[in-house]
Design a protein around this ligand. Structure first.
Ligand code: ADP
Length: 173
């Protein structure tokens, strides 16, 4: 499966184990940590990630990172070089927030491009605590990543359980 230059891959696993240039964090706008994948990244990445997040809150993002945007920090003790934090939308039945979810993938790839990251790993943004239906979240993720021109060699979706893996694998065809 190919993007502009690289390939799209999907695996079942833990994103904190990934030996890639950049991993993407499904953060919340406070940037100060949370549960799910965010908690796992801060736990295994150590305190340097939180230090840089605090510095971002004290400078560019005094009111937090807006939904749909992305920003990078060190990956601390993780195998990756960078963590790209992005804030997914909370799922809503009343309001279509798909554009914000697509924005997370697009903006994260833009930040990765700026860093010169050649390999990037994504979790299934918004599909945990934020309640986005998995099949729809997978569709938006794959369609968006396919539509972005990136010089990355590999964009990897890392899914934590079998159900999420199956949903993403189905989208990749
Ligand atoms: P959100 O608040 O954006 O919904 P969550 O962290 O609650 O973020 O969940 C996003 C997705 O990340 C879920 O599908 C969840 O199963 C998955 N997840 C949780 N921990 C990890 C991990 N260590 N590696 C990869 N995916 C993870």
């Amino acid at each position: 499966m190919s993007t502009a230059k690289g390939k799209l891959t999907v695996i079942k696993g833990d994103i904190t184990d990934q030996d890639v240039d950049a991993i993407v964090n499904a953060a919340n706008s406070s940037l100060l940590g949370g549960g799910g994948v965010d908690g796992a990244i801060h736990r295994r990445g150590g305190p340097r990630i939180l230090e840089e997040c605090r510095a971002l809150r004290a400078s560019r993002y005094g009111r937090g990172l807006p939904t749909g945007q992305a920003v990078a920090t060190t990956a601390g003790d993780l195998p990756a070089r960078w963590v790209i934090h992005t804030v997914g939308p909370v799922y809503s039945r009343e309001e279509d927030r798909s554009a914000l979810l697509a924005s997370c993938y697009r903006e994260s790839l833009g930040v990765a491009e700026g860093l010169g990251a050649r390999t990037v790993a994504f979790p299934a943004i918004s599909t945990g605590v934020y309640g986005w239906p998995l099949e729809d979240g997978a569709r938006i993720a794959v369609e968006t990543v396919r539509s972005v021109a990136t010089s990355a060699e590999e964009v990897r979706f890392v899914l934590f359980d079998e159900r999420a893996y199956a949903a993403f694998a189905a989208q990749l065809g």
